[in-house]
Design a protein around this ligand. Structure first.
Ligand SMILES: NC(=O)c1ccc[n+]([C@@H]2O[C@H](COP(=O)([O-])OP(=O)(O)OC[C@H]3O[C@@H](n4cnc5c(N)ncnc54)[C@H](OP(=O)(O)O)[C@@H]3O)[C@@H](O)[C@H]2O)c1
Length: 326
C-alpha cells in the first residue's frame, strides 16, 4: 500500500484527522469552557480513536484557546493518550482585539510565546507538528527559521508545516528553514473543488476565476508534503444538513451522495470524504465535527475511496460544480 508523505518521513499518522476547532464552546472571550465541553471533547476523542484516528488538529486561536484547554483536560484524564496520538497546532493569526482588526503575525516575538501558550493549555511538553496558519505578507523567512530552530532545540516542537500557502510561499520559506515543511493544510471539499478544477481548466476560460494557486497539488506531491484538507465535510452541505438557501443543484448533489452511500451500504459522510481521498496525493481530511455519531459515520471513508470508480468520482465533481456555481 502507498504510504502517506508523513509516514514516509517517519511521523506517525492516521488516514483521517480530527479537527478540534469545535471544542470548547463559543469563540466569545467572555464565555469560559465548562465541564460539559470537556465531556463532549472526551466523547469525540473516544469516537475518533474507535475508528483509528490518532491525529488531532488544533490552532492557538480556536475558540480563543479554549479548544486546546479542553483537549488538555482530556489528556489530563487520560495521560496515556499523549504518546499514542499526534498533536498538531497552528500559530500566526491574531484575532480582532479592541480597536485592532484580525491580522497575521509570523514574528519571532509572536511565534515563541504563542507556542508556550499552546503547550501550557494542552498540558504537554511538546507538539508533534506546528503550522503557520495563514500567510503573513510581512514574514521574514530568516526570522521564522530562528524561531523554529529554537523550538526544535528546546524540544517544544518536533516538525513544522504551513497552512493555506502557495508553492511560491512554501519555496520562499523553505530556503531559509533548517527543517522540511511537512504539511500544507488547505480548504478542499465537494464545495471547494478548485484544487481539481484548476488543473483541468489549463488554457480554458472557465479557469480564469480560479483562486487556487497554480500547480499546488503537483508541487506538494513532488516535495512529499502532506496535503491536509480542512472543511472536508463541506459543513454537511452534501451529507444531511439542508442549507436554508440550498439550490436545486446542491440538493441534487446531496441526493447523488445519498444514492452512492445507499448503493455501497455506507454513509454520506464516507462518500464525501472518499471523493477527496481517492486523489493519488493521499489527501488527509481533517474532519471538524464534535458529534461522536458523525465521527463514526466517517469510519468507512478509506474503504470507499478504494471502491469509488472513476465514473462515480467524476459524476460527483460535475454535480458539485453545478451546485457551486455563483
Ligand atoms: N487551516 C485553516 O485555515 C483551517 C480553517 C478552518 C478549519 N480548519 C480545521 O479543519 C477542521 C474542519 O473544518 P470545518 O469544521 O470547517 O469543516 P467540516 O469538517 O467540513 O465541517 C464540520 C462542521 O460541519 C457540521 N456538520 C457536518 N455535517 C453535518 C450535518 N450532516 N448536519 C449538521 N452539521 C454538520 C459539524 O457540526 P457538528 O460538530 O455538530 O457535527 C461541524 O460544525 C477544523 O476543526 C479545524 O481543525 C483549518
Amino acid at each position: 500500500m502507498k504510504m502517506m508523505p508523513l509516514e514516509r518521513r517517519g511521523i506517525s499518522n492516521s488516514r483521517l484527522a480530527l479537527g478540534c476547532m469545535g471544542f470548547g464552546g463559543s469563540w466569545s472571550a467572555e464565555d469560559a469552557y465548562t465541564d460539559d465541553h470537556v465531556k463532549q471533547a472526551e466523547m469525540a476523542v473516544d469516537a475518533a480513536l474507535s475508528i483509528g484516528i490518532t491525529f488531532y488538529d488544533h490552532a492557538d486561536i480556536y475558540t480563543r484557546g479554549k479548544a486546546e484547554s479542553v483537549f488538555g483536560q482530556v489528556l489530563k484524564r487520560q495521560p496515556q493518550l499523549r504518546e499514542q496520538i499526534v498533536i498538531q497546532s497552528k500559530v500566526g493569526i491574531q484575532l480582532e482585539d479592541g480597536a485592532l482588526p484580525a491580522r497575521f503575525n509570523f514574528s519571532k516575538e509572536h511565534i515563541l510565546p504563542s507556542v508556550d501558550g499552546i503547550l501550557s493549555r494542552l498540558g504537554t511538553e511538546y507538539i508533534d507538528i506546528l503550522l503557520l496558519h495563514r500567510p503573513d505578507p510581512l514574514m521574514e523567512p530568516d526570522e521564522i527559521a530562528e524561531a523554529f530552530s529554537q523550538l526544535k532545540l528546546s524540544g517544544k516542537v518536533r516538525n513544522f508545516g504551513v497552512s493555506n500557502m502557495s508553492p511560491g510561499q512554501i519555496r520562499f520559506l523553505q530556503r531559509a528553514l533548517p527543517d522540511p515543511i511537512v504539511v500544507n493544510q488547505i480548504e478542499m471539499s465537494l464545495l471547494r473543488h478548485d484544487w481539481i478544477d484548476h488543473g483541468i481548466h489549463v488554457n480554458q476560460k472557465a479557469g480564469l476565476n480560479d483562486s487556487f494557486p497554480e500547480g499546488l497539488m503537483e508541487f506538494m506531491q513532488m516535495e512529499d508534503i502532506q496535503i491536509q484538507a480542512w472543511g472536508p465535510l463541506a459543513q454537511g452541505r452534501f451529507s444531511g444538513r439542508v442549507h436554508e438557501k440550498a439550490t436545486e443543484a446542491e440538493l441534487k448533489t446531496a441526493a447523488l451522495v445519498k444514492q452512492l452511500a445507499e448503493e455501497n451500504d455506507t454513509t454520506p459522510e464516507s462518500i464525501v470524504l472518499a471523493w477527496l481521498m481517492k486523489h493519488p496525493a493521499l489527501v488527509q481530511p481533517v474532519i471538524g465535527t464534535v458529534n461522536p455519531e458523525r465521527i463514526i459515520a466517517c469510519r468507512d471513508a478509506v474503504r470507499q475511496s478504494e471502491l469509488m470508480t472513476r465514473d462515480q468520482w467524476y459524476s460527483l465533481l460535475i454535480s458539485a460544480r453545478e451546485a457551486n456555481k455563483p
